[in-house]
Design a protein around this ligand. Structure first.
Ligand code: 6PG
Length: 257
């Protein structure tokens, strides 16, 4: 794995760099392989990224959307119109403007009353696009997976102490998350598993804001090299893990300065 830590002075600069990276990876993937498979994330920084990509979609950030396959790294156990839906957030902030072909948008069918069925159906849909992974009994290689880091060190819907952390075979799984500082009520989530994340070509982690500074210091320095926090187990074996941080989140770091 290659790990890269990038620090930007504020949120707009971070968002612009994220948009540049998105566009560069998309163009490169489409040029080299004819398709860009990207997994979108929930959270505040991704939302700003989607807005910017939408705002400038006719100019600097014009992309070959016909060749872009859009997936989701995790989802809340709600329908597509729910204000908590990650799919809805991406639709309102990006997809409704850039209008990719409907068939290129692969949302997690989280309206299923059984979250495990939603995860299984999503995996089945994905299998159609990654037949080589099915044939070789391995995992899809995503061109880019966007992630955030919660204040408890979770990423995607891989929360500390939850069962999905130990999933080794499934691509996508349902995860029972007891109420905690982030999730107010016990709930199901649907999430990519570690083997999925760790087969990607690129994983980008967005972390912004002073409230993340202590946790980020622990993750990147104090407990570096351990698996104390879920986000530390994201290690794309043949890929690049890029941390995109703003100065507020990076305030406690001594490395990369
Ligand atoms: C979500 C993601 C979650 C998120 C982090 C960071 O659906 O929200 O599951 O992993 O990326 O909680 O979110 P913020 O960037 O908003 O702090």
């Amino acid at each position: 794995m290659t790990e890269d830590i990038q620090i930007y002075k504020d949120s707009p600069t971070l968002t612009a760099a994220a948009a540049d990276q998105f566009v560069a990876l998309a163009r490169d993937a489409v040029h080299s392989r004819g398709v860009f498979h990207v997994a979108l994330a929930g959270g505040s920084t991704p939302k700003r990224l989607y807005h910017l990509l939408a705002e400038r979609s006719a100019g600097k950030y014009k992309l070959p959307w016909d060749h872009i396959q859009i997936w989701y790294g995790d989802e809340r156990h709600v329908g597509p119109d729910d204000p908590d839906s990650n799919y809805r957030m991406s639709k309102v902030s990006l997809l409704d403007t850039v209008l990719p072909p409907e068939e290129n948008i692969h949302r997690i069918p989280a309206e299923h009353s059984n979250a495990a069925d939603a995860a299984a159906d999503y995996e089945t849909e994905m299998m159609k696009y990654f037949p080589e992974a099915v044939d070789h009994n391995t995992f899809p290689v995503f061109d880019l997976i966007l992630l955030g880091m919660g204040p408890d060190g979770h990423t995607a819907s891989l929360f500390p102490g939850t069962k999905a952390l130990d999933e080794k075979g499934k691509w996508v799984t349902a995860n029972w998350v007891p109420a905690n500082e982030v999730v107010k009520e016990d709930t199901w989530r649907i999430t990519f598993t570690y083997p999925m994340l760790n087969h990607a070509r690129n994983v980008t982690l967005f972390v912004a804001g002073a409230e993340k500074a202590d946790r980020l210091y622990d993750v990147l320095e104090a407990s570096k090299g351990t698996d104390k926090y879920p986000v530390q187990r994201v290690k794309p074996a043949h890929g690049t893990k890029t941390w995109m941080l703003d100065e507020a989140a990076a305030a406690k770091l001594t490395i990369a300065r």
